[in-house]
Each structure stands twice: as C-alpha cells, then as structure tokens.
Design a protein around this ligand. Structure first.
Ligand SMILES: [Zn+2]
Length: 63
C-alpha cells in the first residue's frame, strides 16, 4: 500500500479543513404566508407545499 512519505504538518492539515464548517439550514420565506420555512419542506405555518394543501395546521384558538 502506498504510504505518505512525510507526516502532514499541522498547518497543512488545518488549512485543508478551512472549508470544514457547520452550515445553517436553508431557510427561505414561504411564498404563501411569508413565514420562514425550510427549503423543500411543507410550510408549518399554512400547511402548503407547491400551492397545494398538504397538512392540516392546528390553529392557536381552541373551541
Ligand atoms: Zn406558509
């Protein structure tokens, strides 16, 4: 098996990981109610996805 001739220096190892960072989830406003919504997910606020009602949304007030 091929082996590296030299140990990777701390500088090289760390600079390789400059792109290795946490990313926040993609959040975009819902086209229907303008509430923040995860991309490619059903809007939890109005229950719509692609102009179609997908889920029932529970309202705050109870009968
Ligand atoms: Zn919505």
């Amino acid at each position: 098996m091929a082996l590296p001739k030299r140990k990777t220096s701390k500088s090289n190892r760390d600079s390789r990981r400059t792109h290795w960072k946490l990313k926040l989830p993609e959040v975009s406003p819902c086209p229907r109610c303008r509430q923040p919504r995860l991309a490619h997910h059903v809007c939890r606020h109005c229950g719509y996805y692609n102009d179609r009602r997908v889920i029932e949304v529970k309202t705050e007030e109870k009968e």
